[in-house]
Design a protein around this ligand. Structure first.
Ligand SMILES: [Zn+2]
Length: 558
């Protein structure tokens, strides 16, 4: 046994040396990824490729021949598939997609960082916290909506908003900014204050905040549409403040920024509102891009969780998309409709808000819609804007098309080309600092696949509220990736560039598998934990992969 281990170690060292030489030759030392101190991950909810293309034409200056690049064109590096766990088919929801991005584990639609067996899986932000980093989220939805929730917490259903809000007490997140007042009772807010949070409900007070921890709840649910308050630039303001507060930690930070309402506008098939939300999100990306330029130790990764609405740039066989129409709309259809219903002479107000005067025929359609109430009038206004701009939609839901990946800063080359959304999490997690455990100089993680251990101490779902009827019940099946494996696998992903397949890997894997098998067949739970530790230690001896840390990380997922 001892001899085999020694042999493995030798093989592994040789492989690492040749692997890193190979990588250096291929990539050149200047492009070799280095580890960032800070990570900012930004998610455009629902922002499929048609949105970034449409935004380019929406932003195009019509007085120049050239079509100007956007921040998305500038930062594009690759794309990502978004499919959830097989039980939910090919089309993901935001919860499963955010779970994939935050944990590297595919799960069922509706799940908030729990696997298909409803067991909590550690998230990027939780792991960062455990490594002494600061964490934050800034979003335009309520802060306990699916995407931020999947980075901060765990629940078998995204619909359990109250439980998610309460669970944030235990996240130790340093900055949480967005909407959601209705989910945070006065009593709950007192508990946050008792934990040292400054809780503010007025965005104007954000300016005066100079230290974490802060929770800002600036709306009852989501923030106002950007198209209705374009000067506010709320996401940019919140993001700049979050960067300012989080960068006070010398050990670095991980920040999630979400342009949440792109998706909401997409569900509404509301192109004018969607483009304004894109502009809001693009502005926030530019804030971070600027930060990355000034802080070269900061990695920025931007992606979408999925595509929403099946947006089509041009429709009905007509080769035309009129972005000029959209640039002139200066209020959301919902707001235009509500205004029109409160006025007798509503036509001039509608023309002013749309930026064009509808034809007689268009006005009569609006008039009959107005008589049927606000909802119907809102729909008719959206239809009119679609017709004028020649915008198409295929669904009020999500679609399964791949999304794009954008990146800047150290290690951004890791995100080039095609990847799965879970790979993004694996790469980001692999870039976190190592858990506090001495490691020998020059040792690098090998390309060894860690043992597929069952999660030994993930708390069962009993602490979680009952499943709502809207969520498809996941089948009982082995999780695709156990939580422990998720992180360990992540640890190797980034290093794959340097360390290629080796016989040592096979040996380490075989030994790990042997231990794993032994553990699963004979061990009671405490024994299983011990067996896993042995397996981990074995792996870390050869491969310097993370060992005991993930165990406790799973332990703490209450
Ligand atoms: Zn959605």
């Amino acid at each position: 046994m001892k001899f085999t281990r020694l042999y493995n170690l030798l093989c592994l060292s040789a492989a690492l040396v040749s692997g890193s030489l190979w990588a250096e030759n291929l990539l050149g030392p200047q492009t070799a990824p280095s580890r960032p101190k800070n990570i900012v991950i930004m998610v455009g909810d629902g922002m499929g490729p048609a949105y970034t293309s449409a935004y380019r034409y929406y932003q195009d200056n019509p007085s120049t021949q050239e079509i100007e690049q956007t921040v998305f064109d500038r930062l594009l590096v690759g794309n990502a598939s978004t499919y959830p766990a097989p039980v939910s088919g090919y089309v993901t929801d935001s919860a499963a997609a955010a779970t994939a991005l935050a944990t590297g584990v595919k799960t069922y639609n509706g799940a908030v960082s729990v696997d298909t067996n409803k067991r909590p899986v550690p998230t990027l932000l939780e792991l960062a916290k455990k490594r002494g980093m600061s964490t934050g989220v800034t979003v335009t939805s309520q802060i306990n909506h699916a995407t931020p929730a999947a980075f901060l917490s765990h629940n078998e259903s995204r619909r359990n908003y109250e439980a998610l809000a309460e669970s944030y007490l235990n996240t130790e997140a340093d900055v949480m900014l967005g909407g959601g007042q209705r989910y945070f009772s006065d009593k709950l807010i007192e508990q946050f204050e008792a934990k040292g949070y400054q809780v503010i409900k007025d965005a104007a007070l954000l300016d005066g905040v100079t230290q974490p921890k802060v929770m800002g709840l600036f709306a009852d649910v989501q923030l106002p549409w950007a198209i209705d308050e374009p000067e506010a630039r709320r996401l940019s303001t919140m993001t700049a403040k979050a960067l300012d507060l989080l960068s006070q930690n010398d050990q670095g930070f991980v920040l999630l920024v979400e342009g949440s309402l792109i998706d909401w506008a997409g569900h509404n098939n509301d192109i004018a509102t969607a483009m304004a939300e894109m502009h809001e999100f693009a502005g926030a990306i530019e804030v971070v891009e600027q930060y990355v330029r000034q802080h070269q130790d900061t990695l920025l990764v931007v992606t979408a969780d999925h595509n929403t609405g099946g947006l089509s740039i041009g429709t009905h066989g007509d080769y035309r998309w009129d972005s000029q129409v959209l640039r002139q709309v200066n209020a959301s259809p919902a707001r235009i409709a509500s205004q029109a219903l409160s006025e007798d002479e509503w036509q001039s107000g509608v023309s002013g808000a749309l930026g064009f005067t509808p034809s007689g025929e268009e006005f009569s359609a609006l008039d009959s819609a107005r008589m049927q109430g606000e909802k119907v009038l809102t729909s008719q206004l959206k239809k009119l804007i679609d017709q004028r701009s020649n915008t198409g939609w295929t669904t009020g839901g999500h679609t399964g098309v791949d999304v794009q990946v954008f990146a800047a800063g150290p290690a951004s080359s890791l995100f080039a080309g095609h990847q799965d959304n879970t790979d993004i999490a694996h790469k980001l997690i692999s870039l976190l600092p190592k858990p506090a455990k001495a490691k020998p100089a020059n040792a690098k993680p090998a390309n060894a696949k860690p043992v597929s251990a069952k999660p030994v101490s993930a708390k069962p779902a009993s602490v979680l509220p009952a499943e709502p009827e809207t969520i498809e019940s996941p089948k009982t099946e082995a999780p695709e990736t156990a939580p422990l494996e998720a992180e360990e696998k992540a640890e190797t992903t980034a290093q794959d560039i340097a360390a290629m397949n080796t016989s040592a890997q096979a040996d380490v894997e075989a030994q790990a598998a042997e231990l794993s098998e032994k553990m699963q067949s004979t061990a009671s739970e405490p024994d299983a934990e011990e067996a896993f530790r042995q397996a981990s230690d074995l792996l870390s001896e050869g491969a310097e992969s993370q060992s005991a840390a993930p165990v406790s990380e799973v332990d703490n997922q209450d």
